[in-house]
Write a protein that binds this ligand. Structure first.
Ligand code: TTP
Length: 192
């Protein structure tokens, strides 16, 4: 028996990882319409609230352009202790992230927001725990040279070379890559 079809979907994301993950489970968005929003966390904003707020804001930024369609938006946030790590855009930021993640557990929070064709919005917040081995300076240098950290929350991509750093993972793996598939499929089914 094949899975229940979902209505035409708009993916409100510029992330190639999110598109690949959807395709992995047989979903081909009808349209891709990335949201461009200010992703600065508020002062004292808690990480879970921030991840959900971002997903909802991305959805809200594009939903009006697609009446009658299902729209999906998501946000990934890497949290070390209470600190929200940046989406690393510079080598310096990536080094700071890797230094903080080295030898510790951290959380990856995935906010997901789905807008139904009738405008109703449903959200999920998914949390994955990841532990990194203690990183040697040479490992950090090699990783920085790979450029795989660029544009990634927390300065790493578990689907690439950083897989060798992850000694433990609890929860959704796809959430770390960028979209918690099981939970997202549940939301899509709920609005179909
Ligand atoms: C932790 C981690 C993050 N990432 C990526 C997924 C996301 O693309 C990015 C987090 O940034 P996001 O702001 O969640 O997403 P984005 O800016 O890439 O795309 P958009 O806002 O348009 O949806 O980090 C990985 O690819 N692998 C990882 O292991």
């Amino acid at each position: 028996m094949s899975a229940q079809p979902i209505p035409p979907l708009v993916l409100a994301s510029a992330s190639p990882r999110r598109l690949d993950l959807l395709r992995q489970v047989g979903i081909e968005p009808a349209k891709i319409d990335p949201a461009h929003i200010d992703e600065t966390p508020g002062p004292r904003e808690l990480p879970r609230a921030y991840a959900l707020r971002m997903a909802k804001a991305k959805l809200a930024a594009v939903a009006d352009r697609h009446p009658g369609m299902v729209v999906l938006a998501a946000d990934s946030v890497v949290v070390c202790g209470r600190r929200i790590l940046p989406k690393a855009e510079t080598e310096k930021e990536a080094r700071v992230c890797l230094g903080l993640l080295s030898g510790r557990r951290h959380r990856v929070l995935g906010g997901v927001a789905v807008g139904a064709a009738n405008g109703m919005v449903r959200t999920r917040l998914v949390e994955t725990v990841v532990r990194f081995k203690r990183l040697e300076p040479a490992e950090i240098d090699d990783y920085i040279a790979s450029d795989e950290w660029r544009g990634k929350a927390g300065g790493y991509a578990i689907q690439g070379r950083a897989a060798r750093f992850a000694s433990f993972l609890s929860g959704s793996y796809s959430n770390v890559v960028g979209l918690p598939l099981y939970e997202t499929l549940g939301l899509l089914k709920a609005v179909s």
